[in-house]
Design a protein around this ligand. Sequence first.
Ligand SMILES: *Cc1c(COP(=O)(O)O)cnc(C)c1O
Length: 387
Amino acid sequence: MEYGIETRCLHLEGDDGKNRYGAVSFPIYQTATFAHRGVGESTGYDYTRLQNPTREQLERIVASMEKGTDALAFSSGMAAIGAVMELFRPGNHIIVDSDLYGGSVRLFRNISEKNGISITAVDCSRENISRSITEKTKAVYLETPTNPMMHVTDIRKLGKITKERGILLIVDNTFLSPYLQNPLELGADIVVHSGTKYLGGHNDTIAGFAVTNREEISRQLRYIIKTTGAGLSPFDSWLIMRGIQTLAVRMDRAQENAAGIVEWLLGQKRVTKVIYPGLKSHPGYEIMKRQSRGFGAMITFDVDHKEFAQYLLRNVKLIRFAESLGGTETLLTYPLTQTHADVPANELEKNGITDRTLRFSVGIENIKDLIGELEALFKAGEEKYHG
Ligand SMILES: *Cc1c(COP(=O)(O)O)cnc(C)c1O
């Protein structure tokens, strides 16, 4: 029987560590090259750009967590997504979700289009993608829930359409992590991750992954990583491996804290909107219950005035005003000028991202301390910005 996901965060099936002198922590093979015994006698490793034992161990763990046959570790999430885009050629057409991580939008709009790949943005959670599929369409690319508006797409339903039409379904699973959602099992062909976020989990390392269960795609991606050279370094591979060990416990606590903060926000009169897929009123609630094992720890909310939003960002202390998500520390982000700074104004407006929109990545602190800080800030702000 397969190990549970909590166990798969730290142990590979069949790996007892005995061939590593019993070292419980996986060694960091800090080497650029590997010596050979003779011509045609490789140890299995030749040069670290191609493969390194530490990176390979991490890749096996991530593949096992995502139920893929292969995972590739990249130097960043964007490097992973960039490599996946190298699967396509000039003249190909890709459908992308209309609400995506800003960096992905920048990649598609400025690099992929320059390379002759045409891009159509569709709201995959609401519109029928079939109408946008042409003979040139090769893939659909999406996140669910999306960043930061938390639109939820039914992966199974979309996977049926992409299979029928013979195109790829690519899902960025960063927001939930493999602990909570496994898109390959729901019909996706490729899963990408920013390993910087929940997988690494400590806001200290940049990394990315592409995972697949299709042999041909894995072969192509291996060729791309070896040729373009964006593989994760041995030391950073080790840091991400260490981060993954606590993914399950971190995620459980972060979700518990998120539920507490959502409840608190709903009681604030200066908060005009709370978007969290774990709320029964959220349009994606039922889909998430079917396709995920939890609702995650990301919360988007609107306050009543831009000045109040900026006051909160200026005055948080325990909570940090910073870009990124998925770490142990609770972060508050201003999507307008941070994650979505490069998204055109009309797309921002369409997605409901305003100058009053804030986003929480809830961490693993004591919930009383988080709410205590918010409570004090809202109270002090009430006196200053009553409007
Ligand atoms: C951060 C992020 C990325 C990019 O990953 P990096 O590791 O920062 O390159 C891609 N997708 C999502 C959803 C992200 O949050």
